[in-house]
Design a protein around this ligand. Structure first.
Ligand code: DOR
Ligand code: ZN
Length: 361
């Protein structure tokens, strides 16, 4: 995979956790992902959220039509539904039958951006979860408790005991992805969990610890949820991602927000990383001395867990430094991308035109 000429060729990767938004904003950010990744799991937290299969199908069509001509046919959006207290088993059946919807996302109500329509009490989702278990649709979990009495840095850890463990016990066949894990507790939990439990890990949680929020002053562009944690947690994530363990895989959680919403008295949570995602992961894996594990993490473990074929195309990165722009267009607005104005040590070589990707069956 890696050779002495500083070229790194790997099976085209997928992003198992992505926020694309909609309309002009989506049109701006989508090419960043489609150039790098063959497929992405598209988060449903639009306003209003994607709660029905019909809405997911319409969103899917809008994504495809937002792709620029040179990327058309090179990117497959994998759709999700937003679980609510009133999601019906019939809706889950429609989702499965559509062939478009791959998973259902659980946002505890109030946990993060656009989660107000989320689940207030998981007991209310009993019927929908039973049907997901029966039809083998994975549940993707934003794993943080929303109890205001719980310290924000402990919300993931407490979620494991209060929600995740009872959930897995109650639904003993349900496949679950613990999204964007941020703690050594979540790493240990996934390692000791049954094979039906996996986790995504973002590039920013591998690169940054919570000091990045306060380095030289308050840094709203490093604010995301779950919030960055202590260095011991980053080390545990790094070890998990680079270990070759099949149940950890790539999910950027790239989440674009206009600069004015980030640089605000009440700034939004979300870090935009799609413009340099695979390059940042390559840097992190290289620094850990585990570049040989990048392909499995980025291109194999995800499709294996989702029971989808691995991609057949390839991407090539070259060991060449490039400067991340200070700002990126976001519809009529602008956003500040991760590593803005900084050098990134790996550069993407453009994919040859006409190279197509494998579509899910
Ligand atoms: O930081 C985040 N941003 N975390 C999430 O869970 C949601 C996301 C967003 O949609 O902006
Ligand atoms: Zn997310």
């Amino acid at each position: 995979m890696n050779d002495t000429t500083g070229k790194l060729t790997l099976t085209r990767p997928d992003d198992w956790h992505l926020h694309l938004r909609d309309g002009d904003a989506m049109r701006s950010v989508l090419p960043d992902t489609a150039r790098r990744f063959a497929r992405a799991i598209i988060m449903p937290n639009l306003k209003p959220p994607v709660v029905t299969t019909e809405q997911a199908a319409a969103y899917h069509a809008r994504i495809l039509s937002a792709l620029p001509d040179e990327l058309a046919g090179r990117f497959v959006p994998l759709m999700t539904l937003y679980l609510t207290d009133s999601t019906t088993p019939e809706e889950i059946t429609r989702a499965k039958e559509s062939g478009l919807v791959q998973a259902v996302k659980l946002y505890p109500a109030g946990a993060t951006t656009h989660s107000d329509a989320g689940v207030t009490d998981i007991a209310r989702c009993e019927a929908a979860l039973e049907q997901m278990e029966k039809l083998d649709i994975p549940l993707l979990v934003h794993g943080e408790v929303v109890d205001p009495a719980v310290d924000i840095f402990d919300r993931e850890k407490i979620f494991i005991d209060r929600v995740m463990i009872p959930l897995l016990q109650r639904f003993s066949g349900l496949r679950v992805v613990f999204e964007h894990i941020t703690t050594r507790d979540a790493v240990a939990f996934v390692q000791s969990a049954p094979g039906r439990v996996a986790a995504t890990i973002t590039a920013h949680h591998l690169m940054l610890n919570r000091n990045a929020l306060f380095a030289g002053g308050l840094n709203p562009h490093h604010y995301c949820l779950p919030v960055l944690k202590r260095e011991i947690h980053r080390q545990a994530l790094l070890e998990a991602a680079t270990s070759g363990h099949a149940r950890f895989f790539l999910g950027t959680d790239s989440a674009p927000h206009p600069v004015k919403d980030k640089e605000s008295a009440c700034g939004c949570a979300g870090i935009y990383s799609a413009h340099a995602a695979i390059e940042c992961y390559a840097e992190v894996f290289e620094q850990a001395g585990r570049l040989d594990q990048l392909e499995a993490f980025a291109s194999f473990h995800g499709p294996d867990f989702y029971h989808l074929p691995r991609n057949t195309g390839q991407i090539t990165l070259i060991k060449e430094s490039w400067r991340v722009p200070e700002q990126v267009e976001l519809g009529e607005d602008r956003l500040i991308p991760l590593r803005a104005g900084e050098q990134v040590g790996w550069k993407l070589m453009e994919c040859p035109p006409g190279q197509r990707v494998v579509r899910p069956g």
